[in-house]
Design a protein around this ligand. Structure first.
Ligand SMILES: Nc1ncnc2c1ncn2[C@@H]1O[C@H](COP(=O)(O)OP(=O)(O)OP(=O)(O)O)[C@@H](O)[C@H]1O
Ligand SMILES: [Mg+2]
Length: 434
């Protein structure tokens, strides 16, 4: 008689779902998302909320009261839709001197078999090294994730447990930012009566929702055009290779239209989104668009201008912006065969014709990246402007080992201390999954 052999994993109960919440604090909007995630299946969105933001400048908190009010309102809307009360959130940082680096640490194993004790010692040594260098530089660590291990010079090992070795080393991917912007963001969220679970770099989050693993492996740059900031995140070999933040965005196009045609910002915004484009055709010389006056109460009338004039103003700003993007890509080393694919996202990527423009300006393949990987994402949140928000949920729903969350002094990161054994609980959780 055949006996059914049960795989041990079949005996495990499905992983418990947990509520995960994120808030995108942007220069033009503050958006919140609440989802259910079990770390295995696609997270399910259960609530969303959006508010206009006017408390930020170039991605940094400039008006605390306005920022916290927008955070509170957006999250309350999402909580109401979800029917849950949120205590802590993931929040993004787009500017503030973000920097991505890899640190290596090594310990002596003396020829024996690598055990959990050695792994813990290695990761603790890694944390100590990071603390020493980061806090000495007056910066805050957003994340410090062990990537690949090296055993006696053999690199690229994903799990060194059980191998005999003399030396064990690990590469740790460290993402840092200047401390004051982190503290201000943290304060704005806490003033809105929410705890900060983690600060995620916007480029890291948007990459999580617009890239596929093949692109990350082969080499890809995510260019996120926000209202006030454009972030460039380069990936290669499955890892983040560099991050640059440019203090220019789609809001500058609006400002240029407003000043070039002497109209209000709100009218300029409408002209840009409804009639604007990044590419032109001969027809645009004949198509006329209406420009509302600066002050309609003053008896001024609307003017009509050829659409080509509007497009010329937009393209002039895009020339500047993509000049900066190209320099950033070169600075990170995104060149040659591994530097061919660019994904544009952020609200600015919704501008008509921008992929064609960028393809010409950067001489690389360009596609538009809209958020994917979440079930039940409302249509209103499915545009490129919400890539960061959706990406935070995806980033936060994956179990990950982050040395920045070990329970030692966080070197000025701000906020309340983590529970004493959080790191070890996280380690245990990961060990069970390997
Ligand atoms: N259809 C569209 N056409 C042109 N521009 C658009 C369109 N939709 C949105 N935008 C522009 O995208 C910008 C907003 O993008 P996004 O929501 O990504 O910015 P943000 O996250 O608020 O700001 P930041 O990330 O810079 O702090 C605005 O300037 C808006 O005009
Ligand atoms: Mg943004």
């Amino acid at each position: 008689m055949a006996v059914a052999v049960l795989n041990p994993t079949q005996l495990l109960k499905p992983r418990a779902e947990r509520v995960i919440a994120a808030i995108d604090v942007g220069s033009s909007k503050v958006a919140a998302l609440v989802a259910m995630a079990d770390g295995e299946n696609m997270p399910r969105v259960i609530g969303a909320g959006v508010r206009a933001s006017n408390g930020l400048k170039r991605g940094l908190v400039a008006d605390m009261a306005k920022t916290e009010a927008a955070i509170r309102a957006a999250m309350m809307q999402a909580e109401k839709a979800a029917g849950v009360e949120i205590e802590s959130v993931l929040v993004n940082l787009s500017a503030g001197g973000l920097d991505s680096d890899v640190t290596s640490v090594e310990i002596d194993i003396a020829g024996h078999k690598i055990s959990e004790v050695d792994m813990d010692a290695l990761l603790k040594a890694g944390r100590a090294r990071i603390d020493e260098t980061i806090s000495r530089a007056g910066r805050s660590t957003l994340h410090a994730e062990p990537t690949l291990y090296t055993i006696d010079g053999l690199d690229g090992v994903t799990n060194p447990r059980g191998f005999h070795a003399d030396r064990l080393a690990v590469d740790i991917h460290v993402l840092t930012a200047a401390t004051p912007p982190c503290r201000n963001l943290d304060l704005a969220v806490r003033n809105a009566h929410l705890d900060v679970e983690a600060i995620v770099a916007s480029g890291v989050a948007s990459s999580a929702s617009v890239l596929n693993s093949e692109e990350r492996e082969l080499g890809v740059a995510v260019v996120e055009i926000g209202a006030g900031v454009t972030t460039v995140a380069v990936h290669g070999g499955g890892m983040l290779a560099g991050l640059v933040s440019i203090p220019m965005g789609a809001g500058d196009i609006t400002a240029d239209i407003a000043s070039s045609f002497a109209t209000r910002r709100a009218a300029a915004e409408r002209l840009k989104t409804l009639s604007g484009a990044a590419t032109s055709s001969p027809r645009d010389n004949h198509d006329m668009v209406e420009v509302p006056p600066l002050d309609p109460d003053d008896g001024q009338e609307s003017r009509r201008i050829p659409r080509s004039e509007l497009i010329a103003v937009i393209r002039a700003r895009l020339d500047l912006l993509f000049g900066e993007v190209d320099s950033a890509l070169k600075e990170i080393g995104f060149t040659g065969a591994a530097g061919r694919q660019v994904v544009l996202t952020g609200g600015g990527a919704e501008l008509r014709g921008i992929a064609d423009f960028a393809q010409g300006a950067l001489s690389r393949n360009v596609r538009i990246g809209r958020p994917r990987g979440l079930a039940g994402l409302p249509e209103a949140q499915s545009t490129a402007a919400f890539a960061t928000l959706a990406g935070m949920i995806l980033h936060g729903s994956q179990p990950r080992l982050d040395l920045a969350r070990m329970p030692v002094s966080r070197g000025g990161r701000g906020g309340r201390p983590q529970p004493k054994n959080a790191f070890f609980r996280l380690l245990d959780q990961l060990k069970r999954q390997i």
